[in-house]
Design a protein around this ligand. Structure first.
Ligand SMILES: [Zn+2]
Length: 67
């Protein structure tokens, strides 16, 4: 699995189906086979990034999760 934003693999698992990209500082959560992306603002609030990515880029298959 890689980050859809920076294409990097510098992802840390921070919870159940919850990942964090250390390169671009976004939080990735997986819900019903789709990635939800949020940017973490300096004040700790979340800005949704989902609109920036087409749906097919946010769709994730189980085997990609395991790799
Ligand atoms: Zn990234």
């Amino acid at each position: 699995m890689h980050c859809p934003n920076c294409r990097g693999k510098n992802l840390g698992k921070i919870g159940v189906q919850l990942y964090y990209c250390w390169t671009c500082y976004i939080e990735l959560s997986i819900e019903k086979g789709k990635l939800n992306m949020n940017q973490i603002e300096p004040d700790g609030s979340l800005s949704p990034l989902n609109d920036l990515f087409p749906e097919e880029e946010r769709t994730i298959s189980e085997d990609r999760l395991l790799s």
